[in-house]
Design a binder for this molecule. Structure first.
Ligand SMILES: [Zn+2]
Length: 343
């Protein structure tokens, strides 16, 4: 309901921008004052200390001239996931506060230290995306999560968190959302990735905890880590623009396509017992497969035996391992099973 009201009030303001410009006014965000019509890039902290480098994340803010919702875009929470960082940069570059309603807040590299080093985790090997909403005491992950959550996330009306698959895997561009929340599902559909994977996400993850705090949150997952892939990056930028249009922050320039295929269940096809070796897939993300279809083979380099990997269920390839060395039980192909979204 809160979300619907936001859209309604935004549309109203768009029709009479001058009258509301004064009320909208300047805002304080992460130690900076941002005035209507301003667009800034700055560092989250000024502190110069050894630990300060972990907290010294970049903040990009564009504040529209007229009132509207606050959309937050986060990326690089896993430092090795590069596509989202570039999508976030381009989306911010495109934002024009002079013609925009509301505020766009982009945190392009939450794990800035990891991003510079191509490292998924924090230097103490913790996964930042399991420590939200964080606490003022505790590990550096808790402290970082707390600072991000208290100073930025709680002030967002909607959040798009950008990811890729993890180590040596790739994901078909997809949105992940708690489909039991109608407003979040609508946001997911309007991103326009075409594919939605249902589920609330793990405890401590930014998306799940943001939803718990009343912020509509979705994840965009696309491609593989440690590289820039133009297709997933562009689709991410388009999705963010679609969301801004849906929220009433920008005037529509393209038609939204809210129809999405929804996968409510998924399952990994894994390396059978003692059949590890070199994996060579013959399917690609987005392929439809039927139970029994060949997905690829694992070759044992010592015996030259070739183990055929077949689909254990019917569905669509939503993620998979890239060619690599694999061992018993390792997930090779992630098959999504189409389901029905709740009404
Ligand atoms: Zn990730």
């Amino acid at each position: 309901m809160k979300h619907l009201l936001l859209v309604v009030s935004t549309l109203f303001v768009l029709s009479c921008p001058v009258a509301n410009a004064d009320e909208w006014g300047a805002v304080e965000l992460v130690r900076q004052t941002i005035r209507p019509g301003e667009k800034l890039k700055y560092s989250a902290i000024e502190e110069r200390s050894f630990e300060g480098s972990y907290l010294n994340i970049p903040v990009f803010v564009a504040r529209g001239l007229t009132a509207g919702p606050t959309l937050c875009v986060t990326a690089g929470i896993h430092g090795d996931e590069m596509n989202g960082v570039e999508s976030a940069r381009r989306a911010f570059l495109q934002a024009d506060p002079a013609t925009m309603a509301g505020m766009l807040v982009v945190l392009p590299t939450l794990n800035a230290d990891g991003f510079r080093n191509g490292d998924r985790y924090l230097p103490d090997r913790r996964d930042l995306n399991r420590f939200f909403p964080g606490s003022e005491r505790g590990s550096v992950a808790s402290i970082m999560a707390n600072a991000i959550f208290e100073q930025v996330i709680k002030r967002c009306d909607a959040l798009v968190d950008l990811h890729t698959a993890s180590f040596h895997r790739t994901n078909l561009p997809q949105i992940r959302v708690d489909e039991s929340n109608a407003a979040a599902l609508a946001l997911a559909r309007n991103f326009g990735a075409g594919i939605i994977i249902g589920g609330a996400g793990p405890e401590g993850s930014l998306r799940r905890e943001a939803m718990n705090a009343g912020v509509l949150a979705i994840i965009y997952e696309a491609g593989e880590p440690l590289r820039f892939e133009e297709g997933p990056i562009v689709q991410g930028v388009t999705g963010i623009a679609n969301v801004m249009q849906y929220l009433g922050m920008v005037q529509g320039t393209h038609e939204l396509v809210p129809e999405s295929r929804i996968f409510t269940k998924s399952s990994w096809v894994r390396v059978p017992k003692r059949q590890g070796g070199f994996f060579f897939p013959t399917v690609a993300p987005g392929d439809s497969v039927n139970k029994g279809d060949v997905l690829g083979e694992v070759v044992d380099p010592l015996t030259d035996e070739r183990h055929t990997i077949t689909a254990t269920l019917s569905g669509e390839v939503i993620g998979m391992s890239v060619p690599q060395i694999t061992l018993s039980g390792y997930g090779l192909v992630h098959i999504g099973i189409p389901g029905k979204a709740p009404e």
